[in-house]
Design a protein around this ligand. Structure first.
Ligand code: AQP
Length: 335
C-alpha cells in the first residue's frame, strides 16, 4: 500500500521562490517518484484569514493553480483540488475547533506574527487556522506532510490533535510527520530577517519587493535582486548575503558556487556580480515555467474544470473520514 501525503498552499498571491523551494518543488518530486498517494490543494479558505478583495481572491486562486500546474503538478498523478470545493474540510475543522484549547491556538507563532502584521484585522479565522489545517490534513489520513519549516508547529498541533482524538474516541487518524528533506527558509530580499512571503513583509517596501515570484520576467528578477540587502561586514555573511548564497546553492552551477564562496572567504566578492549571476540562473530556470503558466492562464475554464474534477476525487475520501468521525463523536446520523 502506498503511503499518503497531503499539503496545500494559500491562495494569497502568486507563488514565490520560497514557496517553490520550501514546498512546491518537493510536491512535484514526490508526485513523480510515484510511491505516494499525493493530495495537493489550494487553500483558498485560509486566504480569507488575512485581508482580501473578492476579485483578487479569485484571480489569485487561478494564479496559484497555474503555478502548481506549470511547475509540474499532474492531475492524473496527484489529486489536485480547491479547499473550498470539498466542504468536509470546514466540517472537520469545526469539530477540531471544539477539541482544541484557546491557549494552544494562541501559542502558535504564525498567529502571533500575522496578528502583528494585520493588527487592524485580526479575525477568528486567523486564530483557528491550525485546526482547519489539521482537518485539511487528517481527512486524507496521511503519514507525512511536505511543508516548509515555518509550518512545522502547525503539523505538530495536527499530530497532537490526532493523538487526542484517537485516545478519546478510538483509533482513527495516523500521526503524520513533517516531511522536510532539509529545513529551508528563504528570506525576504528587502528584509532578510523575515521570511520571503506572498503578501509582503516589509510595510515600507512596495508589495512584492522582497519576494521573487516564479513568473517574474527576467528584468524584474534582476531589478529585485539588484536591490536585495547585502552585507555591512564583508567578512561575516550577513543574513542578506547568506540568503543569496542559499539561492545560489539551488540555482547556481557547481563552478559558480565554488567561485563565489572562495571570493567571499578572500573578501574579494562583488555582490553586484553575485546578484547578476543569480538573476541569470533564476530567470533561466523558470523560462519554461513562465511560458507554460501564460498558456494555462489563457484558458481559465480548463483550470476550473481540473479543480472540479480533483475536488470530486478528494471528496470521496474526505466524506468517508468525516462520517467515521461524526459517528465516533456521537453526532446523530440519518437512518
Ligand atoms: N520563505 C519561505 N521559505 C521556504 N518555504 C516557504 N513557504 C512559504 N514561505 C516560505 C512554504 O510554502 C508553503 C505554502 O505556504 P502558504 O502559502 O500556505 O503559507 P505561508 O507559509 O504563510 O506562505 P507565504 O508565502 O508567507 O504566504 P502569505 O504571505 O500569504 O502568508 C508552505 O509549506 C510554507 O512552509
Amino acid at each position: 500500500m502506498k503511503e499518503t501525503i497531503v499539503s496545500g498552499i494559500r491562495a494569497s498571491g502568486r507563488l514565490h521562490i520560497g514557496n517553490y523551494l520550501g514546498a512546491l518543488k518537493q510536491f512535484v518530486d514526490l508526485q513523480n517518484a510515484g510511491d505516494h498517494n499525493c493530495y495537493f490543494f489550494i487553500a483558498d479558505l485560509h486566504a480569507l484569514t488575512t485581508p482580501f478583495e473578492p476579485k483578487e481572491l479569485s484571480q489569485n486562486t487561478l494564479e496559484v493553480a497555474a503555478d502548481y500546474l506549470a511547475a509540474g503538478i499532474d492531475p492524473d498523478k496527484a489529486t489536485f483540488f480547491l479547499q473550498s470545493q470539498v466542504m468536509e474540510h470546514v466540517e472537520l475543522g469545526w469539530i477540531f475547533n471544539c477539541l482544541t484549547s484557546l491557549g494552544e491556538l494562541q501559542r502558535m507563532t504564525q498567529f502571533k506574527d500575522k496578528s502583528k502584521q494585520h493588527r487592524e484585522t485580526i479575525n477568528g479565522g486567523l486564530l483557528t487556522y491550525p485546526t482547519l489545517m489539521a482537518a485539511d490534513i487528517l481527512l486524507y489520513k496521511p503519514t507525512a506532510v511536505p511543508v516548509g519549516d515555518d509550518q512545522t508547529q502547525h503539523v505538530e498541533l495536527t499530530r497532537d490533535l490526532a493523538r487526542k482524538f484517537n485516545n478519546r474516541f478510538g483509533q482513527t487518524f495516523p500521526e503524520p510527520k513533517t516531511f522536510l528533506r532539509k529545513p529551508l527558509r528563504i528570506m525576504s530580499l528587502s528584509d532578510p530577517m523575515k521570511k520571503m512571503s506572498k503578501t509582503g513583509d516589509d510595510p515600507s517596501a512596495p508589495l512584492g519587493a522582497g519576494a521573487l515570484m516564479l513568473d517574474d520576467p527576467p528584468e524584474e528578477i534582476l531589478r529585485k535582486l539588484k536591490k536585495a540587502l547585502t552585507a555591512t561586514d564583508a567578512k561575516e555573511k550577513s543574513p542578506g548575503v547568506a540568503n543569496l548564497f542559499l539561492l545560489l546553492d539551488h540555482f547556481g552551477t557547481k563552478d559558480q558556487i565554488k567561485q563565489f564562496s572562495e571570493q567571499q572567504k578572500k573578501n574579494t566578492i562583488k555582490y553586484s556580480e553575485l546578484k547578476e549571476t543569480l538573476a541569470h540562473q533564476i530567470a533561466d530556470h523558470f523560462g519554461k515555467f513562465r511560458t507554460k503558466k501564460t498558456q494555462l492562464l489563457n484558458n481559465p475554464t480548463q483550470i476550473k474544470n481540473t479543480l472540479v474534477t480533483g475536488a470530486a476525487k478528494a471528496q470521496k475520501i474526505a466524506s468517508q473520514t468525516l462520517s467515521e468521525v461524526k459517528q465516533k463523536i456521537g453526532l446523530l446520523r440519518s437512518p
